[in-house]
Design a binder for this molecule. Structure first.
Ligand code: SAH
Length: 218
């Protein structure tokens, strides 16, 4: 079996980290997370040789694994110190889940497509991390049992901020979500301040739709 950090991928992974640095990623914890995360375990075997390119790749079920530099910008915005409890909505391949596991204390991740979740479960186990919990379900409802979260990342685009996610955010917590229509969105950073929220527009982005009770109807 392909071990998590087998030497043949170490060089290309190092080059990916250098590309991220050249593209303006400065957060050392984020760069270290990329150095530690074996992306080749999260892409289909046939395109493994492309796993460390800074590009989005298809992962089956009509979904894609995002471009590493997009993940990096996203993760930098969360300003994680390593002590946080984080919720991820849209596990997909599980790659970002593992990046998060190196940046936070505990990661909870929800995915609605059973086949993707099962594949992600295997790849996450292969990558050797232990602080990740996965659940099949509608992530627009959050994961109430483990709330409040210091940070929430939504990896799919919604028409509006799902109410349950704001409810499950800790005071001072940060939520990142692409908001807009099905074609294009704005990546928005929401910070909870008591019962109020602050919103900051970050950049135009394109994500797959968030399907569910507080997202688009599937
Ligand atoms: N960050 C992922 C890419 C995720 S693509 C990676 O690194 O691979 C977006 C994912 O969100 C898809 O897997 C899609 O099935 C999932 N998704 C869409 N709506 C959802 C919902 N309501 N709850 C949970 N997952 C959802």
């Amino acid at each position: 079996m392909a071990g998590p950090l087998i030497p043949e991928f170490r060089g290309v992974r190092r080059r990916l980290v250098e590309t991220l640095q050249a593209n303006g990623i400065r957060d050392l914890a984020v760069l270290r997370a990329f150095e530690l995360t074996p992306r080749h375990l999260f892409v289909p075997t046939g395109i493994r040789h492309r796993a460390y390119e800074d590009s989005a790749l298809p992962i089956g079920s009509g979904q894609t694994i995002s471009q590493p530099s997009v993940h990096a910008r996203y993760l930098q915005l969360l300003e994680l110190s390593g002590h946080e409890k984080v919720l991820e909505v849209g596990t997909g391949s599980g790659y970002q889940t593992v990046l998060l596991s190196h940046l936070a204390a505990q990661v909870f991740s929800v995915e609605r497509v059973p086949e993707l979740l099962e594949r992600a479960r295997l790849a996450i186990a292969d990558s050797g991390v232990r602080n990740v919990s996965l659940r099949l379900g509608d992530g627009t409802l959050g994961w109430k049992e483990h709330a409040p979260y210091d940070a929430i990342l939504v990896s799919a685009a919604a028409p509006d901020i799902p109410g349950p996610l704001v409810d499950q955010l800790a005071d001072g917590g940060r939520l990142i979500i692409p908001l807009g229509d099905m074609q294009e969105q704005m990546l928005v950073l929401v910070t909870r301040r008591g019962s109020a929220t602050e919103r900051r527009d970050i950049a135009p982005v394109r994500f797959v739709p968030l399907l569910g009770t507080h997202g688009w109807s599937g």
